[in-house]
Design a protein around this ligand. Sequence first.
Ligand SMILES: Cc1cc2nc3c(=O)[nH]c(=O)nc-3n(C[C@H](O)[C@H](O)[C@H](O)COP(=O)(O)O)c2cc1C
Length: 211
Amino acid sequence: MKVMLVNGSPHKAGCTNRALEEVARTLEENGVEAEIFWIGPKPVGGCVACGGCGTKGACVFDDAVNEFRAKAAEADGFIFGAPVHYAHAAGSLLAFMDRLFYSNGRAGQPNVFRFKPAAAVTSARRGGTTAALDDIQKFFTISQMPIVSSRYWNNVHGNTAEQVEQDAEGLWTMRQLGRNMAWMLKCLEAGRAAGIELPEQEAGSQTNFIR
Ligand SMILES: Cc1cc2nc3c(=O)[nH]c(=O)nc-3n(C[C@H](O)[C@H](O)[C@H](O)COP(=O)(O)O)c2cc1C
């Protein structure tokens, strides 16, 4: 079993990464492989709504988004982490997730997220963490991904990784998140082994608000 953790900060070894390291270590202690994926220091562009993923089966821009999708296909669970920028999740992570989720499962390619558990993690100096969690979690709730929670909202406080080190409650929350994710993955595996099938997918239709 493997969990991919996304660091959506421009800082490779900053606060978000420090929080994710705590989750990753706890996952490993509980028998689950963990890998942190950094989206990089450059601005990440959002979806240009070209529809090209509908024929390509991947985003038309070959960058970290497509690189991550290949890894996501092999993963059983996900943690998406972002610093708070202006009281919500950093724009680069949201742009990354817009293209990643919009291009997912198209043109005959497998859906790499459906029924895989996920959690959001945020980092801030002071304010905006719960709004940022809401931002990130909305990708999961439209994708049939069970959300894993912890004992408090999944955030750490600090401007530097050293300050996060002093946030004992934040790191405690991250460790509990790691344990809860490992438990959820083991429950899902036990369910599969017992023959519990995935829910039927009813063929639906889109009804836009045209009236
Ligand atoms: C553009 C920008 C906007 C920010 N806005 C906020 C904010 O609204 N609230 C807050 O508490 N911290 C804010 N911060 C501080 C970061 O959220 C905080 O330093 C965070 O822990 C950095 O995480 P990182 O090291 O993973 O990038 C902002 C930082 C930047 C660069």
